[in-house]
Ligand binder design. Structure first.
Ligand code: ADE
Length: 244
């Protein structure tokens, strides 16, 4: 997968060379390039923003600079998906991450200030590009860099071969058609500072362990995320699930 990130703070993404993503780059599974949007400016101040048309506070990122940059970056083999983080967009979900993990080329545009000119996504959609705008949550950040890092981590860990243990992906929260919040996890020792691991987990009875974890996931999800319970497909639940 080829990943291009455009930002006025490309150094922000130096950390992507660390950890699992760094290893995935070394193995040739992904290639990440962070670009400085100012490299596509032509004025001495390298300005990327201007005042909002119609008035209002703050500055808006200029379409001409973005277009020069995007024309160059999107002009590669493989259908690119262009993603703009935006606090006023639909929320990015695990389902989006799963879908995007199969893309050949992702390009992320990080907005700053009051955001980017609204014609940029309109223009690239009209050129036939798959353009997405996503919020990562109901709060406002100073720019798109943190949001891109979040989305990138959620997407890249789902690339086949990225994680050592594919099982850990299958069982986690938000995954699958009938997603639930994940049950709690424990490790050894079974007794620690007066707190015990639930006895059933040390019983060696896999059926009972599975049932215990499933009940806990159902109870936790109904308490914290009733919206997820409402979305469950009841035909996929077993009798014991329905009792819980
Ligand atoms: N830019 C600023 N805030 C954001 C958010 N919550 N999600 C995505 N992009 C953003």
């Amino acid at each position: 997968m080829n990943i291009d990130i455009i930002s006025v703070f490309p150094e922000y993404f130096d950390v992507l060379n660390l950890s699992l993503l760094g290893k995935a780059q070394e193995r040739g599974l992904v290639q990440v390039r962070a670009h400085n949007l100012r490299d596509w400016t032509h004025d001495v101040h390298q300005s990327v923003d201007d005042t909002p048309v119609g008035g209002g506070a703050g500055m808006v990122m200029k379409p001409e600079v973005w277009a020069e940059c995007l024309d160059e970056i999107l002009d590669t083999d493989g259908a690119p998906v262009l993603i703009f983080p935006n606090p006023s967009a639909p929320t990015f979900t695990q389902q989006d991450a799963t879908e995007l993990a199969h893309a050949e080329h992702l390009a992320f545009g990080c907005g700053r200030y009051e955001g980017y000119d609204a014609r940029i996504p309109v223009y690239y959609r009209a050129q036939g590009i798959d353009v997405r705008e996503y919020s990562i949550g109901d709060y406002v950040l100073n720019g798109g860099e943190v949001a891109v890092s979040v989305m990138l981590e959620a997407i890249t860990r789902l690339i086949p071969g990225f994680m050592g243990n594919a099982d850990s992906i299958v069982e986690e929260s938000y995954t699958g058609t009938n997603a639930l919040l994940e049950h709690r996890q424990y490790t050894k020792p079974a007794h620690w500072r007066g707190l015990d691991v639930p006895e059933v987990l040390t019983s060696g009875d896999h059926g009972k362990v599975d049932r215990f974890r499933r009940d806990e996931a159902l109870a936790k999800t109904s308490e914290l995320r009733p919206d997820m319970i409402e979305r469950l497909d009841c035909t996929l639940l077993d009798k014991q699930d329905r009792k819980t």
